[in-house]
Design a protein around this ligand. Structure first.
Ligand SMILES: [Cu+2]
Length: 134
């Protein structure tokens, strides 16, 4: 009975729910960021050859509020993922031969891991990509 009364109270006061659910304004509101496009080729050498790299690879740098587009082309026969920490933790899942794009506005500055989400044969060599948002 108490719960029902609370719901009825919220509904009766109208705007309360709308205020609670309104997200904070984006720091990029009104900012037209540059379009920054990157192509990631996935094959038996990882992300753009990441299997043979030590340290972070691939590394891409954008400015905050830029509009980022990753075009990911899976030239392998097995499935691979492509995720960007914070911006797309779920990321893309690409079967062999597939290509997809991942688009977002880089609203938060920092360093964000780029990684495969599928337990593929070269998974460990696909965990060290890096997006720098300056
Ligand atoms: Cu993979």
């Amino acid at each position: 009975m108490i719960i029902i009364a609370l719901v009825a109270g919220v509904l009766a006061t109208g705007g309360v729910l709308a205020v609670v659910l309104t997200p904070p304004p984006s720091p990029c509101t009104g900012v037209t960021g540059a379009l920054r496009s990157f192509t990631i080729i996935v094959d038996s050498t990882g992300y753009n050859g990441s299997v043979s790299k030590t340290g972070s690879w691939p590394v891409v740098t954008v400015q905050r509020c830029d509009n980022v587009v990753f075009t990911v082309i899976n030239n392998a026969t097995e499935s691979h993922g492509f995720a960007v920490a914070y911006y797309s933790n779920v990321g893309l899942e690409l079967v062999g031969g597939a290509h997809q794009t991942l688009k977002f506005q880089a609203t938060r500055a920092g360093q964000f891991q780029i990684y495969c989400t599928i337990n593929c044969s070269i998974h460990r060599q696909m965990q060290n990509g890096l997006l720098n948002v300056t």
